[in-house]
Design a protein around this ligand. Sequence first.
Ligand code: 1CP
Length: 358
Amino acid sequence: ERLPQHHPLRTGRTLDAPLLQALTARTPARPPVWFMRQAGRSLPEYRQARQGTAMLDACLTPELAAEITLQPVRRHKVDAGIFFSDIVVPLRLAGVGVEIVPGKGPVLDRPVRTAADVAALPEIDDDALEPIREAVALTVAELGGTPLIGFAGAPFTVAAYMVEGGPSRDHLLPRTMMHADPEAWEALADWAARASGAFLRAQVLAGASAIQLFDSWAGSLSVRDYLDHAVGHSATALASVADLPVPRIHFGTGTGELLGAMRDAGADAIGVDHRIPLAEANRRLGGRTVLQGNIDPALLPAPTEVLRRHVDDVLRGGALAPGHVVNLGHGVPPETAPAVLTDLVSYIHEHRLVPARG
Ligand code: 1CP
């Protein structure tokens, strides 16, 4: 299928933006940079805009979601907007009882733990995606030549919240379910893959120029369990936009052993956390995959010179890959001083890339 006529990749508006160049291994003049969780509590204008509105209600109010998406682009001059939403929004759209509790995260009314619980899960009605399409369209109209990145949660990470009923440290319940009731697990992960897939596809058709699949908790799985019980479902979610010409980024934390499998799931670029140097990630991927990352969020409050030396290292490692999108290894901590990020963007933008020879 083709993108709609007004899509910014089809009109060419975002086609040659540094982000799209890097994701498609065409060396841009300078590296693109954006930050996971660039919208959110680190920004005073976000706290102001969100006042009196519950998180998921904000995600489903198109004007508000668009405004919050645009805030960090205006302030920091990053090379992409990341759609303001959440990985559990598709659950809410399907009619699953879920809330984002301040200071905690996503909490379900009833955890999903048995085959009967899974069988009772409702499918997303296409009409329910309308607020997403509207929010994306409003955002893209304002962004001009800056690309919007759409996203969704990977099935393992989404299903982990569904089985646990909320945030957890070790994700023991979903990891048990894979083995104790594999049929129920497969059905649940497949449901999550379809829900995330529908969410991704809606964002792309409405104007997103790239997507990222977040498997934030994949690092809690053994390689065996990732291969046997998770990666196939991530491939299903990524396949939801495979017929459209949008680059796909696949990100997780603690995934040093999983990078090749994550790429083979259907990704054009791999997001790497701070635990592994980009040079090593590039080696593990055979030097043929675009990388994203991996400034350690812990260094953001460090003295400027210390942070810059770390960023120089990240840029050197990234330059070994066919393309590099600068990002943090995980989300912006809410305590981060906004000026640190603004300054970091301008520092990275001063860097010049040399096109590969030959
Ligand atoms: O009170 C608030 O302001 C809510 C905080 C918040 C925000 C700003 C949550 C709750 N979600 C979000 C937005 C969000 N979530 C975005 C868009 C904004 C941006 O990146 O600029 C994205 C991409 C997400 C994705 C998300 N939600 C992930 C994957 C990324 C990651 O950080 O690993 C995960 C794991 C979630 C679940 C979630 N939502 C919110 C919280 C606090 C959490 C994590 C809870 C936990 O520790 O398990």
